[in-house]
Design a protein around this ligand. Structure first.
Ligand SMILES: [Zn+2]
Length: 83
């Protein structure tokens, strides 16, 4: 079955994933979003700065951000272990 564009449900030709990383930590936290699929027309619209507010992209970003934030909080609250 053909994969469909997240915006217009035409057959997808591109997939986009967001990689979110912390900066300035000794061991960086890095989370990749799920991929969001786009057709040729919609990826062009994205390039023209349209479509960045689409639900699929926002959800992908939110999940990556939430996962990063959660990992950050877990690390912050983890007891210090001596090795
Ligand atoms: Zn499309």
């Amino acid at each position: 079955m053909a994969k469909l564009c997240s915006c217009c449900s035409m057959p997808a030709q591109y997939s986009l994933a967001l990689l979110l990383s912390t900066v300035g930590m000794s061991r960086r936290i890095q989370k990749c979003s799920r991929v969001v699929l786009f057709c040729n027309d919609c990826i062009h619209a994205l390039r023209e700065n349209e479509l960045w507010g689409t639900n699929a992209l926002c959800n992908a970003f939110n999940r990556a951000y939430t996962a990063t934030k959660q990992a950050f909080n877990e690390r912050s609250s983890a007891p210090v272990t001596t090795r």
